[in-house]
Structures are given as structure tokens and as C-alpha cells.
Design a protein around this ligand. Structure first.
Ligand code: ATP
Length: 328
């Protein structure tokens, strides 16, 4: 392996996701394995601008693989969007002797990385960390699997109360632009309907479907709604409409919110994070730059950052069909 780079920095940026710590640990330990120095940057790009760095060795990441959030903290940095901000970041990182950067974050963070690379020729690698699973080039982003398990656990609990009181629950889950969380957890949680941004059922069709379920003997119902669903302006409007147009149900709303981001990462996310960290560091050490590591056909693959940012993930049509059949 042509070991040209002697020091690598790692940062977490954008929204936090379970598994980010496991990825930081993997980056640090892969560096140690290859005899490369590693530096942790606190608070994402803002920490680069302020020179908030800390040397990290293999032992400095002990006990974090099972922790949610990110020990490096995450941030959204307005200053990094400016030329002056990025110049400060470059000067700091150069002064620290860093020669390559691993960014754990979403597509915004990758855009920042690409701009930085274009301006300074600085080697960058991306690890997709976001619960929404909305990044092209990987079947799973870090944190997605954990968020699915968290949401299914919540749906199970809500179902207990729904079935005890003949209630209809609208449960809002994260996903402003994509319905991956809603579709998967809706199927796993036995939802009667799943509303996602990619598909507009229409309000009438929703009420018709719920009425049909009721006629077949259902006494309670769960509807999983992605934040970005297009039917109603928001979940409370959906409730109002169904309240007015359907009888016999006590309609309730539950917005799961930020609890979906927290918690210990699942086994899947810990393994994925460990694999992604190894691949990201070794790709940099191979002299390659501007890639995102991702999972494809259970292999670690590279996608050019540009494609990862511009590409759109597609909803799994087979899952849509399964969900239709299951709500019969
Ligand atoms: P999430 O998917 O959780 O929102 P993200 O990585 O997409 O994560 P953003 O807030 O979009 O989150 O981006 C994170 C940071 O990346 C921004 O705060 C900013 O510092 C940097 N960034 C984003 N876009 C650009 C850009 N066009 N130029 C420079 N920096 C950028």
C-alpha cells in the first residue's frame, strides 16, 4: 500500500446518527493499524475553522462503539460556506500537519468536502451518516438500521394502547424527502397505511382504505406517516380530516421526533461503521480522494462524492407492494 499520507483527520457533521462513534473508532484504529497519525476535529467544519483538534490514538476511542450521538460533537457551520471560513479551516489543518480528511455526515457535509477539495486539492473521503437513508451509493446509511429498530419499538408500544381503546393512531416518523423509515417500520409494525413523500394516496383513498379495514373487523389502526408526506400539510390536518370523515374511532397523533436519532447503535450499524471506517482510511492511503464509501450487495464500494450528492435514492417498489398486501 503506497503510504503517502501520514496524518488523517476525522469529523462528524450535520445531523447526528447512531453509529457515528463506531465509525470514528474505526477510522482512528485503522489509522493506528497502518501507523498513521489521527486527529479528531470537534464540532464538524466549525471546529476546523476554530482549530478545535485533538490527537487520537487507538485507546482514545475505547468504550464508544455502543454509544449513540458523536463524541466529536456535530455542528452546522455557516462560516464554512464562505471562502474566508474555508481558508481558515485550511490554514489550521495544514498547520496541524493533516494530509487527508474523513467526513462522517450527510449530503450537505459531502458538498462542503467537495468544495474544500476543489479549492485546496485536499484529499477527502465521505462516510454516509444519517438516519434517513437518503444518500445515493449505499443501500444503508449509518444510523438507519438503529432508527428503524427504535421506531418499531415505539410503534409496538403505541399499538398496545391503540388496541385497548379502539383508537386510530397517526404516527409521524422522520423522512422529509424520503419514505424509507416510514415504509420499513410501517411494514414491520403492522401499519394499516403508510404515507410517504414518494406517493400521494389522497385523503379520500386513505379514509376509504381505513373504512375497509374497519369493516373487515379491525378495531384499531396504525398509520405511519413520513414527515414529508404530501397528503396533508401536516399530521394534525390528517387527524382533523379523518375525525370529520370517519366514525367510530378515537383518532390520536404521535410525533416520534428526535428520539429516532438517539440510542445505542444496532449490531448492523456497528459492523457497517467499522467496515466503512476501514475502507475510508485505506482508500485515502491508496492515494484516492473525493469518494464516499457505501454498502452495495454486501460489499464496501466507492461512489464519487459528486454522484453521491446528486444521485437520488429510490423507494423499493416491492416493499410498497408488500405493504399493500399486508394491509388487506
Ligand atoms: P443531514 O442529512 O443530517 O442534514 P448534512 O450533512 O446534509 O446532514 P447540512 O447541514 O446540510 O447537513 O451540512 C452540514 C455542513 O456542511 C453545513 O453546516 C456546512 O458547514 C457544510 N456545507 C453544506 N453545504 C455546503 C456548501 N455548499 N459549501 C460549503 N459547505 C457546505
Amino acid at each position: 500500500m503506497p503510504n503517502r499520507i501520514k496524518k488523517i483527520a476525522v469529523l462528524t457533521s450535520g445531523g447526528d446518527a447512531p453509529g457515528m462513534n463506531a465509525a470514528v473508532r474505526s477510522v482512528v484504529r485503522t489509522c493506528a493499524y497502518h501507523g498513521v497519525e489521527c486527529v479528531g476535529v470537534y464540532r464538524g467544519y466549525q471546529g476546523m475553522i476554530e482549530g478545535d483538534f485533538k490527537p487520537m490514538d487507538a485507546r482514545s476511542v475505547r468504550g464508544i462503539i455502543n454509544k449513540g450521538g458523536t463524541i466529536l460533537k456535530s455542528a452546522r457551520s455557516k462560516e464554512f460556506r464562505t471562502k474566508e471560513g474555508r481558508e481558515k479551516a485550511f490554514q489550521n489543518i495544514k498547520k496541524a500537519g493533516v494530509e487527508g480528511l474523513v467526513i462522517i455526515g450527510g449530503d450537505g457535509s459531502f458538498t462542503g468536502a467537495l468544495v474544500f477539495n476543489q479549492e485546496y486539492g485536499f484529499p477527502v473521503m465521505g462516510i454516509p451518516g444519517t438516519i434517513d437513508n437518503d444518500i445515493f451509493g449505499t443501500t444503508h446509511t449509518l444510523g438507519f438500521d438503529t432508527a428503524l429498530n427504535t421506531v418499531v419499538d415505539a410503534i409496538d408500544k403505541i399499538r398496545d394502547t391503540a388496541s385497548s381503546h379502539n383508537r386510530l393512531f397517526f404516527i409521524e416518523v422522520m423522512g422529509r424527502d424520503v419514505g424509507h423509515i416510514a415504509l420499513n417500520t410501517g411494514i414491520a409494525g403492522g401499519a394499516e397505511e403508510i404515507l410517504i413523500p414518494e406517493e400521494d394516496l389522497g385523503l379520500d383513498r386513505l379514509v376509504e382504505s381505513l373504512n375497509k379495514s374497519k369493516k373487515t373487523g379491525k378495531t384499531s389502526s396504525i398509520v405511519v406517516v413520513a414527515e414529508g408526506d404530501k397528503i396533508g400539510k401536516n399530521i394534525f390536518e390528517l387527524k382533523e380530516y379523518v375525525d370529520e370523515n370517519m366514525e367510530g374511532y378515537d383518532v390520536r397523533v404521535s410525533v416520534l421526533g428526535h428520539m429516532q436519532r438517539g440510542g445505542a447503535p444496532s449490531c448492523f450499524d456497528r459492523v457497517l461503521a467499522s467496515r466503512m471506517g476501514v475502507k475510508a482510511v485505506e482508500t485515502l492511503l491508496n492515494g484516492q480522494t473525493n469518494y464516499m464509501v457505501g454498502l452495495q450487495n454486501n460489499k464496501m464500494e466507492l461512489t464519487p462524492l459528486d454522484n453521491a450528492i446528486k444521485g437520488k435514492t429510490k423507494i423499493n417498489l416491492e416493499l410498497l407492494r408488500v405493504s399493500d398486501i399486508m394491509s388487506t
